[in-house]
Ligand binder design. Structure first.
Ligand code: NAP
Ligand code: G4F
Length: 357
């Protein structure tokens, strides 16, 4: 019998197991390895897979301070563990695959901030393109039975000349090193599927948000900014291009799509989107307006938040995955409202005092 003692990021065998009173231990159905486990999507996907009886392993990048706040609540679950690795170090990834022997690999790890990719383009491609390439090459040569999911992105449409809404056949014309890195990984994934018969899938996910969204992304910047203004700890919010349009959904809905894509008999690629486009200006108006503030008094347009190239308009056509039964349950206002409530509460205030719905 193997006993497991869990610490942050490490699993040690042959130590006494803690009493896991709060978890029902159901028979393990499958084993999954998730890269990017401590990210927004990694945390929600872990919850979904654990609910479905999976044994979940995560590849965790070592940080100089604890970076597991999104998954700390899962740490007591005996079916959940993380191991240190890095997508830019293929030997670490191969070692983890050999050790955990997953049935499914979800490659969510990435340098995911588009604006930063202009500053660190080489690193972006090493993580986002060479990272998945090395996993696929390992699967081809050592473990062709393992299913593989690549987290692709609507950024690959970039400044497409196709007519919106965009689907799997629209033109790809990325506008940033991030977009280029994701498009190359998308084609690599297709190549390994078509050339070597691997179960290698891609989800082309449009923007999806949640209270766990990273603080640099525009929706979270807005909801945190409003919460700080209400609290009185900030007087203004600096933003860039308010004209850009995005198709926002909720991460919880989108990880269900990711799982569904991996349960198909044949590997394929799918757009995941709500089909409902709104500008950054509309998001700003909604978040300030719903707490009774006039955004024009607080938002300052600052040059430093603009990008060398912009993706002006993203609207997805998710008909292909609708045919498999997936539908989003949140609209953009419901996503923003949940984030706003969370950020107001985190600041020690009562959201119902401010939000008038
Ligand atoms: P996120 O919150 O930024 O998470 C990214 C994860 O990748 C983090 O766990 C990060 O770890 C990890 N990571 C970064 N560099 C790594 C490396 N070199 N080796 C191993 N792990 C590394 O992103 P997300 O919103 O959950 O998105 C998940 C995936 O979907 C990403 O690939 C993203 O590009 C893609 N995507 C996201 C959206 C969206 O709207 N959210 C849309 C389309 C596609 P650290 O904590 O150590 O940085
Ligand atoms: O929230 P964003 O930084 O997200 P972006 O660039 O669309 O990328 C996100 O979605 C992609 C899917 O399409 C993912 F692949 C990617 O990993 C990431 O999750 O910016 C959204 C829009 C942009 O047009 C940006 O120029 O908001 C505009 N914006 C205006 N002011 C701003 C700001 N964006 C940020 N981050 N900060 C601002 O102050």
């Amino acid at each position: 019998m193997i006993f497991v003692h869990k610490q942050r990021g490490v699993a040690f065998c042959q130590l006494p197991r803690r009493a896991y009173t709060s978890y029902k231990i159901s028979p393990i159905t499958k084993t999954a390895l998730i890269t990017g486990i401590n990210g927004q999507d990694g945390s929600y996907l872990s919850e979904l897979l654990l609910e479905n009886g999976y044994r979940v392993w995560g590849l965790l990048r070592r940080g100089s301070y604890f970076n597991t706040s999104r998954i700390d609540h899962l740490n007591e679950n005996p079916n959940f563990d993380t191991l240190y690795g890095d997508l830019t170090d293929p030997t670490s990834v191969a070692g983890i695959i050999q050790r955990v022997k997953p049935d499914e690999i979800y490659n969510l790890g990435a340098m995911s901030y588009v604006k930063a990719s202009f500053d660190i383009p080489k690193y972006t491609l090493e993580t986002n393109t060479i990272g998945p390439l090395c996993i696929l090459e390992y699967l081809r040569t050592h473990a062709p039975h393992i299913k593989f999911y690549q987290a692709s992105s609507s950024e690959i449409f970039g400044a497409t000349r196709s007519k919106p809404p965009f689907n799997e056949h629209s033109e790809f014309r990325p506008q940033s090193p991030y977009g280029v890195s994701k498009l190359a990984a998308f084609h690599i994934t297709r190549n390994y599927r078509e050339g070597y018969g691997l179960f290698a899938t891609s989800g082309i996910l449009f923007n999806h948000e949640s209270p766990r969204r990273g603080e640099t992304f525009v929706t979270r910047k807005i909801t945190r900014g409003v919460a700080q203004i209400l609290k009185g700890t900030s007087q203004e919010l600096g933003l860039g291009n308010l004209d850009a349009v995005r198709d926002w959904g909720h991460s919880k809905d989108y990880v269900k799509a990711i799982h569904l894509i991996m349960q198909q008999e044949k590997a394929d690629e799918f757009v995941v989107a709500t089909g409902n486009p709104h500008s950054i200006r509309e998001a700003v108006e909604f978040c300030f307006g719903i707490v009774g503030l006039n955004w024009k008094q607080y938002v300052k347009i600052q040059e430093k938040h603009f990008r060398p190239n912009e993706v002006p308009y993203l609207q997805g056509d998710a008909s292909k995955i609708h045919a498999l039964g997936w539908k989003p349950t949140y609209d953009w206002k419901a996503v923003l409202l949940e984030m706003l409530e969370h950020d107001i509460r985190t600041n020690g205030q009562d959201p119902s005092k401010y939000i008038t719905t």
